[in-house]
Design a protein around this ligand. Structure first.
Ligand SMILES: O=C1O[C@H](COP(=O)(O)O)[C@@H](O)[C@H](O)[C@H]1O
Length: 360
């Protein structure tokens, strides 16, 4: 359906990195063509194998199967994650090439690659439905968005939402809105009427209810897509940062909000990272997006990137591991520093990653 925002004359996007996920590859040489015109200096693309035994997700009761050693694995149950005691499952991506990990030589190149990726998605979306919906994060991800300024796209068709927000005044240094205004929304010329800020006068619960109503109004206006069954919004693009504890948006480890299976926008009144009052998109709302990117750049992210990508945690212990777009794609943007603890050359090794190859 073409949204009410009418389609504009489409200017060409900067060239984008193309997905080579689905197999382990080092695309250093073959990537030269793909990045002509791109600011990206260098990148390697690896993939996470999607050969799981549980295509619909890891069941809450595990074990009882024969392990490669011949022993029968003990049974274990995981149903008490989060204060609500709601079981959470890791879901493999729906398509073999749905998840990719891109490592750039350094942060500036990663920011340029991220900008390319977002602009490509924006121009495709504007061409097909007349506008583009982007949900952004704060922290280092908001700074990286400065790479969008001056890009070849029609910013008048962009609509900016927040994957999470702190319940503080919009001019507070803790406000994700303020950070994104400074880094790209104002310099890029995104119309202020198309920036969906929280109401900072409300408490956490009121702000979440109000923000969900804003999303529903955007769906009714035809700006924001929704899933086929109407149960969730479907952003064209969601950009998530990654905290050292594995949190994304304001979904923190082992919290009820992280386990929530319904609701578009949730409230937090005791965030382990200040400020304590926040709102956040839910896991189902994030996973209903057409494209999700993870921004994790710099040495301080190396440990959590390794844990998130190479260690299967108790579901919910690392919220990032619950991010798995059900219809869309997911891409990690790393630099050599944040990827320094990874061993992607081993990702196809079924003995190292028995979670995806355990015999039945
Ligand atoms: O509190 C937050 O933290 C995360 C991660 O921030 P980073 O600076 O370590 O990248 C951020 O993605 C989120 O939006 C923010 O509210």
């Amino acid at each position: 359906m073409m949204a009410p925002c009418s389609s504009s004359s489409l200017r060409l996007a900067r060239s984008s990195v193309s997905s080579r996920a689905g197999r382990l590859v080092n695309t250093k040489a073959s990537s030269v063509e793909a990045r002509k015109g791109s600011k990206a200096q260098d990148y390697l693309i690896h993939s996470i194998p999607n050969n799981g035994q549980w295509p619909t997700g890891v069941p809450p009761v595990m074990g009882g199967h024969t392990m490669p050693s011949g022993d029968v694995a003990p049974e274990s149950t995981s149903t008490t994650v989060g204060t609500g005691g709601v079981p959470m499952v890791y879901e493999y991506a729906s398509e073999a090439d749905a998840v990719s990990v891109v490592t750039y030589a350094e942060g500036a190149a990663a920011a340029a690659g991220l900008a390319d990726d977002i602009v490509t998605a924006a121009n495709e979306s504007i061409a097909s439905r007349g506008c583009f919906t982007l949900a952004v994060s704060g922290g280092s991800a908001s700074n990286a968005l400065a790479g969008l300024v001056g890009a070849s796209t029609d910013f008048s068709k962009w609509h900016i939402f927040f994957a999470d927000e702190r319940c503080v005044p919009l001019d507070s240094s803790a406000s994700n809105y303020k950070a994104c205004t400074a880094s790209f929304m104002e310099p890029a010329g995104i119309p202020a009427t198309q920036v969906y800020a929280i109401n900072p006068t409300l408490d956490h619960a009121g702000a979440a209810t109000d923000y969900e109503a804003k999303l529903k109004a955007a769906v009714s206006a035809g700006t924001l897509d929704k899933t086929d069954d109407g149960s969730m919004p479907s952003f064209d693009y969601v950009l998530l940062g990654l905290g050292p504890d594995g949190h994304v948006a304001s979904l923190f480890p082992m919290r009820a909000q992280t386990a929530a299976k319904s609701g578009w926008v949730l409230s937090i009144d005791d965030s382990p990272k200040p400020p304590s009052w926040r709102i956040t998109l839910s896991v189902p709302a994030i996973n209903a997006s057409k494209k999700v990117s993870i921004w994790a750049v710099g040495e301080s992210k190396a440990e959590i990137v390794q844990r998130a990508l190479e260690v299967q945690s108790l579901p919910g212990a690392l919220p990032i591991q619950l991010v798995s777009p059900s219809q869309g794609t997911m891409r990690w943007f790393l630099d050599t520093a944040s990827a320094s603890d990874l061993s992607p050359e081993t990702w196809g090794d079924s003995k190292l990653y028995p979670r995806s190859t355990i015999a039945k």
